[in-house]
Write a protein that binds this ligand. Sequence first.
Ligand SMILES: C[S@@+](CC[C@H](N)C(=O)[O-])C[C@H]1O[C@@H](n2cnc3c(N)ncnc32)[C@H](O)[C@@H]1O
Length: 263
Amino acid sequence: MVTEGRWDNKGQYAKERIKLYEQIFGEGYISAGGHRTTEQMCLPLQNLKNGARVLDIGSGIGGLAFFLESQFGCNITGVDLCENIFNTAKERAETNRSNVNFLIGDILDMEFPLKSFDVIMSRDTLLHLSETKKRELFKRCIEWLDDNGEIVIGDYCQRPRDEAICKSFKEYIIDREYDLHEPVAYGILLKDTGFKQVKAMDVSSDFLEMLETELDQFRKIHNPRPKHIERRDYDSIEKSWIEKIEWVHSGDMRKGIIYGRKV
Ligand SMILES: C[S@@+](CC[C@H](N)C(=O)[O-])C[C@H]1O[C@@H](n2cnc3c(N)ncnc32)[C@H](O)[C@@H]1O
């Protein structure tokens, strides 16, 4: 059960973990690919311009939001469920004199007026929502988007569900309580809920390259292991990257960027 304010997905988003992730992914990011993934996600969007109203679902510690604000002059609302993460984002907004409006809460409990946004983005977050909740959210996103609105989602994916996946990846999905789809099936989900001009891109080969770079980077920075990082944390981060590389290599784990328009 989600206890608002204290949810950290069994330590996945604990304070110390966030610091470690950021060292690997780059400043402002707690998801694979850091800034490179942001650029990939911005590519299909036509509405990113000065004054565009953007909703970032699962805004984390603000990497994407701060970039959109400084690069395009967008007005960003970021929503995140985890208190540690929200507090960090807020502190950074103050330090950077940023106008990003960070809100804490479950995106499914949020109320926004109809047609409040020109763009909705979400990065490595909807994996936390069940398929039913994803459908519910997409329907609400259509209402929140203005007529010309666009959505782009970057998310972990998997091979088609009717194909077997290896035991360790299966256990990882169960342990994290993720809901993953094959990229094309993810696109169909978006289309089913009413989005138009849907494009589902499988960017697994780029993802693999990013994971390999991140693992190298992690080993470089942390060799020898700094005293403030527990051996246990070091090993678990390293193991989790090695595993992800194996899963992506075998095609079990995939990465998708899914794009759609309101009309
Ligand atoms: C892997 S992190 C990615 C964060 C950020 N998008 C990034 O790329 O750095 C997933 C984020 O989703 C947030 N999250 C998970 N479920 C959520 C929900 N139902 N509503 C809002 N945020 C949620 C988590 O707290 C976490 O910050």
